[in-house]
Design a protein around this ligand. Structure first.
Ligand code: URA
Length: 445
């Protein structure tokens, strides 16, 4: 006998109408709509309408927590309880030149805390960790759950950077793609639930969020960044994950490179005890938070020593080797470069993160659609940072690509992105002060 179609407890139209009319959704409505959307019972156009209603009318903390939980329950959860070590992960809301995951994961692992860094690919002007790692010859991003556990346990390096499996919060995968095409991404409850559903499902014991603020970030102003950070810290804490957040500057790129192989090269400098001060500073700040949140407080001097004496580099080499990569192989280098120079003497007071990110993207470092390929070699190298004195004619940026026809559009993207002010001017003094203050602007626990 044919089975009767399941009777659904709600109708999508009534849930959409409730949020459109500024009502709070009940737990049962949220559980149903998230689950039914994932099963294909709620149509894409209905979920778009609901996402827009949420975008316009918001969700309160109870609704956001329930929405997060409902997204987690659409998939499986990882369980690291068997590995015999505490776990800590870091999530960045995305920025230009942000390669900190690469030195951070092995550095934290040196101190006995395992780091399950389940990562994604880049979309738009911000780079993705997996795209960077894939510029290492032979390295593979996809691992089974058993391989992940093996990497994190006592017989592995204690850290893993790999692709997040499709079984974690599948509702988010579907919903994020929909939000991306319906102008509903930049909404605090939706961003917070999207990020935290994946991180909670991943099973980490401690989580440190790096919430970027500035032109190159999702959050352009401090107030919204603080609201997002606070919402995510609450969601993590309620779910039993020790969660902290740092608010960090993304008005200018982090470090001196933006682009996949270029960023791996700079990460290797940090792992060898060198590297730009802002990348090292942020790596140490995040490692300090992760180790503290995981119950292994560690001083900055000890962290610096593990970079200087090669212990973090040893873990890195093991991590890369275990995923098929050759840590000694030369990184690919762009066959074509173009140099941009300073137009006047003075102090570099602005180097806009968004414009540098767009230039790197147009050179081939990023993708416009999920399925697009990326160039390992493409990107932008910076030869000066805000606060540095510069001379007319001095090399400021080198553009790298395998396809030189991309140079013109990249140069266009950079228009207005470089500001030079007279030495001794208030703008010059402010740029120097900002550089000296470092990239960490605030902290939430
Ligand atoms: N990153 C995510 O994973 N989700 C969002 O909604 C925004 C950024």
């Amino acid at each position: 006998m044919p089975t009767a179609p399941a009777v659904e407890p709600f109708d999508a139209v009534e849930v959409i109408a409730a949020k459109r009319d500024r009502q709070r959704l009940t737990d049962a409505q949220i559980d149903w709509v998230v689950g039914a959307y994932t099963r294909g019972v709620v149509a894409e156009e209905q979920m778009s309408a609901l996402a827009m209603a949420i975008y316009l009318n918001g969700m309160d903390p109870r609704e956001t927590a329930r929405w997060t939980d409902a997204m987690i329950r659409t998939g499986g959860r990882m369980d690291f309880s068997g590995i015999g070590r505490p776990t800590a992960d870091k999530h960045s809301t995305g920025g230009v030149g942000d390669k900190t995951t690469l030195p951070l994961a092995p550095l934290v692992a040196v101190f006995g805390v395992s780091v399950p860094q389940l990562s994604g690919r880049g979309l738009g002007h911000t780079g993705g960790t997996l795209d960077k790692m894939e510029s290492i010859p032979g390295w593979r991003a996809a691992l089974s759950n058993e391989e992940v556990l093996d990497m994190l346990g006592p017989s592995g390096p204690g850290a893993v950077i790999c692709a997040a499996g499709s079984g974690l919060a599948p509702a988010d995968r579907k919903l994020y793609a929909l939000r991306d095409t319906t102008a509903t991404v930049s909404c605090v409850p939706l961003i917070a639930s999207s990020i935290m559903s994946k991180k909670i499902a991943e099973g980490t014991g401690a989580l440190v969020l790096d919430v970027k603020v500035g032109s190159g970030a999702f959050m352009r102003d401090m107030d919204t960044a603080r609201e997002l950070a606070g919402t995510m810290v609450c969601l993590g804490t309620q779910a039993g994950v020790t969660t902290r957040a740092l608010l960090t500057d993304m008005s200018t790129p982090l470090g001196l490179t933006a682009g996949n192989a270029l960023e791996v090269r700079e990460s290797l400098e940090v792992l060898a005890g060198g590297g730009p001060a802002d990348v090292v500073g942020l790596t140490l700040a995040l490692a300090t938070e992760m180790l503290d949140a995981a119950g292994r407080p560690t001083g900055e001097d000890e962290l610096r020593a593990a970079l200087a004496d090669g212990r973090a580099m040893d873990v890195w080499r093991q991590m890369v080797r275990r995923q098929g990569g050759d840590p000694s192989a030369p990184l690919p280098v762009a066959p074509e470069t173009e140099v941009l120079t300073a137009g006047e003497d003075g102090v570099l007071t602005g180097l806009d993160a968004l414009k540098v990110g767009l230039a790197a993207w147009r050179l081939g470092a990023g993708r416009a659609r999920k399925e697009d390929p990326v160039q390992a070699v493409a990107g932008v190298e910076l030869h000066a940072k805000p606060g540095d004195a510069v001379r007319r004619g001095q090399c400021l940026l080198t553009l790298h690509t395998a396809t030189p026809e991309r140079f013109a559009r990249a140069v266009e993207a950079l228009e207005g992105g470089v500001t030079i002010s007279p030495a001794g001017s208030p703008a010059a003094a402010e740029a120097v002060a900002r550089r000296e203050a470092g990239v960490v602007l605030g902290r939430l626990a």
